[in-house]
Design a protein around this ligand. Structure first.
Ligand code: GLY
Ligand code: MN
Ligand code: MN
Length: 439
């Protein structure tokens, strides 16, 4: 399918990368198509770095940027092929792609091996993806070796290979307005899907029926795919952090934890809500839920420019530690429980991650050994939880509860904006929406 692309946005990103490279050549391939079994393929998902620089969604494509006073962007892509297009649909071909994606040059991807040695000859540095795919690394080195074979004719081969991702990670970390708009759309659709799940849940339904409601809402509203495999975990399943079987049956008196978010034009949302299967929190569920909700509020309050990356995590841990002691799940003082990491028995993951084109998005968390400071335009998740297994040696009424509450939060000049705020999370809101459940 043809997609309208705002070439100015992608040109500006390529210009920034070229400026960061100073000299040299960047080589960024799109992701390969992947076989699921025999001749069936997984739905195609482009490489996040390639897409960030091009907006181009076809497989078998490579972007080359030659830095310098007048940087050049060169796209290698599939040629038009009337026979294949009968089966697989439209492809741009180099001629149309050049204009549609604002490239300086475009060539058929079959010419990559023939043209690359000339493109990297007499350039000091390559900027590529390193170590992710041995066959690709060998192909790039093959081009370098071809240039080396010509040194007697006066050409020089690049003597430096850098990780292009290091430059791109920093760029991807600060989202531009067009990226925030897509993330907002993804967040709103995911929030709608969680509301739909709340209305659909009831004792006797299977976890996969609720998963189907989520996926239906994602697609119905134009999201292309889930951003990751949805977790629909009732009762004790919620204590398995990466539970994805989704084949259990919802039981009265249990909680249902749903971690599901959609992807819109490549941008992820990542959203978790936990609510009672039968629509009313029991006393113990309420205690655990309010504790996690309080921890999340404390963490979100720390999301503001200038605060360290781990300030939200520290706030969540302190609130949870206090709560675990108050509920008599742990003994000692708050400082001791934090110092000894005793809280990790019930809260063993961190409070968030960067979010963007990838659900665990690009970007370093530390700078020079220190947690980096939050800046406007960063997007992170805030997702504290509490997981109490049977067999954890706790009073029986606590066992088999997993609670996580996760939102997507944009750092703004003034503090933050919760992108996923349309998904209900106050107990009264959840009970209200569940009281008017579908028949
Ligand atoms: N859904 C993945 C995560 O919460 O990190
Ligand atoms: Mn997450
Ligand atoms: Mn999640």
């Amino acid at each position: 399918m043809k997609a309208d692309v705002d070439t100015a946005v992608y040109r500006a990103r390529r210009a920034r990368l070229a400026a960061g490279m100073k000299s040299g050549v960047a080589i960024v391939p799109n992701a390969p198509e992947r076989t699921r079994n025999r001749d069936s393929r997984y739905p195609y998902r482009f490489d996040s770095y390639f897409y960030y620089l091009t907006g181009f969604r076809e497989p078998e494509a490579v972007l080359v940027i030659v830095a310098g006073a007048e940087p050049r962007s060169i796209l290698f892509c599939r040629d038009r092929d009337p026979d294949r297009e009968i089966w697989d649909g439209f492809r741009y071909g180099p001629d149309a792609a050049r204009g549609a994606f604002g490239m300086d040059e475009a060539h058929a991807v079959e010419r990559l091996d023939a043209l690359m040695p000339d493109l990297i000859a007499n350039r000091d540095a390559l900027y590529c993806r390193i170590g992710a795919d041995a066959a690709w690394d060998a192909r790039v080195m093959g081009w370098v070796n071809e240039v080396r074979d010509r040194v007697r004719s006066g050409v020089t081969a690049p003597n430096e290979v850098n990780d292009v991702h290091a430059l791109l990670d920093e760029m991807r970390l600060i989202k531009g307005p067009e990226e925030v708009a897509l993330m907002r759309r993804a967040a709103v659709i995911s929030a709608g899907a969680h509301q739909r799940a709340m209305r659909a849940a009831r004792p006797g339904r299977a976890e996969f029926e609720i998963e189907a409601e989520l996926l239906h809402e994602f697609r119905r509203r134009g999201a292309q795919a889930p951003a990751y495999t949805p977790i629909v975990a009732s009762g004790e399943h919620a204590c398995v952090l990466h539970y994805v079987q989704n084949d259990g049956v919802l039981k009265a008196g249990e909680l249902l934890l749903i971690d599901a978010g959609c992807e819109v034009d490549g941008y992820a949302s990542d959203l978790t809500r936990t609510f009672p299967v039968d629509g009313k929190f029991t006393a113990i569920q309420r205690d655990l839920y309010e504790l996690v909700l309080g921890a999340q509020a404390a963490a979100i309050a720390q999301v503001m420019p200038g605060n360290a990356w781990d300030a939200p995590h520290r706030a969540a841990v302190r609130t949870l530690a206090r709560g675990f002691i108050d509920l008599k799940l742990l003994t000692g003082s708050v400082d001791e429980v934090i110092e000894t990491q005793a809280y990790r028995k019930f809260y063993m993951h961190r409070t968030g991650h960067w979010l963007g084109l990838d659900v665990h998005d690009a970007g370093d968390y530390k700078r020079g050994g220190e947690w980096r400071a939050l800046e406007p335009g960063m997007v992170l998740t805030v997702e504290p939880g509490c997981y109490i297994r049977s067999g954890d040696g706790v009073p029986e009424q606590f066992a088999g509860h997993g609670v996580r509450i996760e939102d997507d939060v944009l750092v703004t000049e003034a503090g933050n904006e919760v992108l996923t705020r349309d998904a209900p999370k106050a107990i009264a809101e959840i009970e209200a929406i569940m009281s008017v459940r579908d028949a």
